[in-house]
Design a protein around this ligand. Structure first.
Ligand SMILES: NC(=O)c1ccc[n+]([C@@H]2O[C@H](COP(=O)([O-])OP(=O)(O)OC[C@H]3O[C@@H](n4cnc5c(N)ncnc54)[C@H](O)[C@@H]3O)[C@@H](O)[C@H]2O)c1
Length: 377
């Protein structure tokens, strides 16, 4: 039997405590969590208790964790603006890296991390865990079986996202600070960007969008309506903190698949209710899908990727592509036109993410300028 992969967990916030630690405990043959690092004492204590770590395995300083000789892989659960130096140091010291989404706040940082991982021959995976949600797995099976024909349109409504604060002992409002989050509700929920692409089955090439916020002093957007085009099909991806409609609809020439969540709310924030297919086999309704903890599936895939020497389901390159598609939403809303991918190196948004929007000449009617989002005046 092979030894478990020894994991150093960096960032002991809500996602680490609520999902990553339980997932490691579910996979003892694949992983052993050996150390945690976090500058916030309360968070270190919570995660080390949950993981059963001793005092010597709990670090205030990430450099101490990286200096250990018993860590094979780093799991990055910090907010996204804090990833670059850590990921580069981890890759240069020969550790595999699994990182929470989004990969970074700027494509430039993401590219540097990807290049370092490839140069050092380590595996670099991004937690695109919604790909493993049971209803998504089922939709993809139905599409692959040909029940609705080739996908033409995917509509993903996530307009009742709950604005959950970060860990109270750290900075609970970091998701509303563009310099830390790199965007607003869409950046936080970029899950639905990669889901849109997965349902279309082809890479996103062009993006057009509108964004808004409810209050005059909102620093980031609170609602975005976006259209993602491939060479053959398109997705409408709508997300907002608030009370709007939720659910997924995918259609092709021979039928459609619809997924609903309780009370018409948004996936992950309300329980799955039903999946209905109107396709080649008439109307089929499913209400029972096999339960899965999506992060456990991400970890199982990443562990297998490390052992088999293959890429994980979501690579750094895919994380970068989805980050660029998300930033293209802000760029499109700022300029009032369709934006092509990739965003080229040297472009202010490539180099500085949403901060780069301040360097562009935006029309007066641009919603980003009108709302003064991301520090744009
Ligand atoms: N995949 C998902 O479904 C999902 C869900 C929630 C959050 N996330 C992602 O996980 C990341 C963390 O989100 P969260 O909700 O857990 O945030 P959080 O605010 O609850 O926790 C952040 C943690 O990072 C720690 N931290 C800050 N600076 C650090 C540093 N330099 N080194 C080590 N630790 C540091 C803080 O002390 C805190 O414990 C974000 O990137 C977020 O987008 C993903």
């Amino acid at each position: 039997m092979r030894e478990p992969i020894r994991v150093g967990l960096v960032g002991a916030g809500n996602i680490a405590l609520g999902d990553h630690v339980p997932a490691y405990l579910e996979l003892p043959e694949l992983f052993r969590l050996v150390a945690v690092a976090d500058p916030t004492p309360e968070r270190r204590a919570l995660v080390s208790d949950a993981a059963g770590l001793g005092d010597r395995d709990v670090h205030a300083d990430t450099a101490e964790l990286l200096a250990r000789d018993d860590v094979d892989m780093i799991d990055v659960c910090t907010p996204q603006h804090l990833r670059r130096d850590l990921v580069i140091a981890a890759c240069e010291s020969g550790r595999h890296v699994l990182s929470e989404k989004p990969i970074a706040t700027t494509p430039r940082d993401a590219s540097q991390m990807i290049a370092t991982a490839r140069a050092n021959g380590v595996r670099y995976g991004i937690v695109h865990n919604y790909l493993f949600r049971p209803e998504i797995v089922r939709i993809l099976e139905i599409i692959r079986a040909g029940d609705i024909g080739p996908v033409e349109v995917a509509i993903l409504n996530w307009l009742s996202v709950i604005d959950i604060p970060g860990a109270a002992a750290y900075r609970p409002t970091w998701r509303h600070d563009p310099s830390q989050a790199g965007g607003g509700v869409l950046m936080d929920m970029l899950h639905i960007v990669y889901l849109g692409e997965a349902l279309l089955g082809r890479p996103i090439e062009r993006v057009s969008a509108w964004v808004d916020a409810r209050t005059e002093d909102a620093p980031v957007e609170e609602i975005t309506l976006s259209r993602f085009e491939t060479d053959r099909n398109a997705a409408l991806v709508n997300v907002g903190w608030g009370q709007g409609p939720g659910g997924i609809a995918v259609s092709g020439p021979e039928g459609r698949i619809e997924v609903g969540y309780e009370d018409g709310a948004s996936g992950a924030f309300a329980p799955f209710e039903q999946l209905v297919v109107h396709g080649r086999n008439g109307r089929v309704e499913e209400t029972d899908l096999p339960p899965r903890r999506s992060i456990t599936n991400v970890l199982a895939d990443f562990g297998a990727a490390v052992r088999e020497g293959r890429d994980p389901v979501a690579t750094g390159e895919q994380g970068l592509h989805i980050l660029e598609a998300t930033l293209a939403v802000y760029l499109s809303a700022a300029l009032g036109r369709t934006v092509g991918l990739p965003i080229e190196p040297g472009h202010p948004v490539y180099e500085r993410g949403v901060a780069g929007l301040r360097e562009l000449d935006l029309p007066d009617w641009s919603p980003i300028r009108r709302r003064r989002l991301f520090g744009v005046q």
